[in-house]
Design a protein around this ligand. Structure first.
Ligand SMILES: Nc1ncnc2c1ncn2[C@@H]1O[C@H](COP(=O)(O)OP(=O)(O)OP(=O)(O)O)[C@@H](O)[C@H]1O
Ligand SMILES: Nc1ccn([C@@H]2O[C@H](COP(=O)(O)O)[C@@H](O)[C@H]2O)c(=O)n1
Length: 233
């Protein structure tokens, strides 16, 4: 069967990567978490003191250093999932911190950051057989993807899911703080000039507010088989 490209976009913390990883594993495709790439650039900027005292980013300093930022994924044998590496260091935990979450959207709005990440993502998906999740995969990275999904859920449901996740990992979590971050990122991501978050015209919308993980996995698998069938006809 010919491999296809699957683009999963949507708001923060709505379950995109959970769905994407599950599907990739089920059908033997490569999974790419593009949010992790923007998070890695943000971590680099934080660790290299590129944020100004007022919280803004020193864009010129980051632009000069873009060539020094190496982002890659390596399969974690224990989890069976890819981990994110920044210049050879495994940064999977660091990039999920609240500090990175609080700084990532302004970094991801910078045109030179986006063009560098989009080029990497297009190279990763060149041979198809990829499930990629993010904000602009169906609109900018792979506008010709055979299957595009746009996931939504209420901000409160999403914040609760993230809160539960952090608690279950034994990490500090404050619901109001998470809700504020989710809403703030949604706003910046959907209002930036370059590739704002929006549903591609040909994307299938899924509101998973009242779905279980197992139900959304099954739903996506069905959409995958339909898209493959359409491709074969
Ligand atoms: N249908 C669901 N019901 C309950 N919890 C869910 C559901 N889907 C995902 N989750 C949980 O919600 C949390 C956020 O999911 P996930 O990380 O997949 O979202 P995301 O959209 O990829 O987020 P981000 O954009 O921030 O990377 C995870 O803890 C995940 O296990
Ligand atoms: N294709 C993408 C993916 C992500 N972003 C930005 O990164 C932030 C973190 O992404 P998560 O998926 O890990 O939540 C996100 O809020 C966006 O600002 C992006 O711009 N494009």
């Amino acid at each position: 069967m010919k491999k296809i490209t699957i683009a999963i976009d949507g708001f923060s913390s709505c379950g995109k990567s959970t769905m994407a990883k599950d599907l990739a594993r089920e059908v033997g495709y490569v999974y790419v978490d593009t949010g992790a790439m923007y998070r890695a650039v943000t971590l680099y900027a934080l660790e290299n003191n590129m944020f100004l005292p007022d919280g803004g980013i020193d864009a010129d300093a980051l632009r000069r250093k873009m060539g020094d930022i190496g982002i890659s994924f390596r399969l974690n044998e224990a989890t069976g999932r890819p981990d994110t590496y920044l210049n050879g260091e495994r940064v999977e935990d660091k990039i999920r911190s609240m500090e990175v979450s609080d700084h990532v959207s302004p970094v991801a709005a910078l045109p030179f950051v986006r063009s560098a990440m989009v080029a990497l993502q297009q190279a990763m998906g060149r041979d198809k057989g990829v499930v990629m999740d993010g904000r602009d995969i169906g609109t900018t990275v792979f506008p010709d993807a055979e299957l595009k999904i746009y996931v939504t859920a209420s901000a409160e449901v999403r914040a609760q899911r993230r809160f539960d996740e952090l608690k279950s990992k034994g990490m500090d979590a404050d619901f109001d703080d998470i809700l504020r971050n989710v809403k703030e990122r949604d706003y910046i991501d959907s209002h930036r000039d370059v590739s704002p978050l929006r549903k591609a015209d040909d994307a299938i919308e899924l509101d998973n507010s009242h779905m279980t993980i197992a139900e959304q996995k099954q739903w996506l698998l069905e959409r995958f088989h339909e898209a493959c069938q359409k491709q074969a006809d």
